[in-house]
Design a protein around this ligand. Structure first.
Ligand SMILES: [Zn+2]
Ligand SMILES: [Zn+2]
Length: 135
């Protein structure tokens, strides 16, 4: 049995699926998702603020839907959705990282796995140190 803390209301609940939401919040989120999806269907070029106001769903919740890849938005809408790569800040269509950063992160994780035991952060620092030592 896995217990998890709901990321919305903070309730402790038994985790049955890979979501950090309690059943109550999950149901609410699903309702919100349908609302947002329906709004985007009718207004494909709506701004994030407009969607948020019209549906009553928080902007960050809408962004979560896009980040999770559940909500598909037209590419021309993307810039107003304020979705950027968490690493380099480049505008992206879905997910959390741009293609390039995703590749870099994958490489970092791979090299980290080979060397062990620390995570990518360690190797990042290590690389910086080496750079300094070299001159
Ligand atoms: Zn909850
Ligand atoms: Zn990036």
């Amino acid at each position: 049995m896995t217990l998890a803390k709901c990321k919305r209301c903070g309730a402790i609940f038994q985790k049955v699926i890979e979501r950090d939401l309690c059943p109550a919040c999950l149901a609410k989120e699903e309702e919100e998702f349908q609302k947002v999806k329906e709004f985007f269907r009718r207004h494909p070029k709506a701004r994030l603020e407009e969607v948020s106001e019209a549906t009553g769903v928080e902007k960050k919740v809408i962004l979560e839907f896009v980040k999770e890849g559940r909500l598909q938005v037209a590419s021309e809408v993307q810039p107003v959705l304020e979705l950027f790569c968490e690493r380099c800040g480049r505008p992206i269509l879905a997910g959390r990282l741009c293609e390039e950063c995703r590749r870099k992160v994958a490489q970092l994780i791979q090299s980290g796995e080979k060397k062990k035991p620390s995570g990518p952060d360690f190797y990042f620092k290590d690389a910086l140190k080496k750079k300094k030592e070299q001159g």
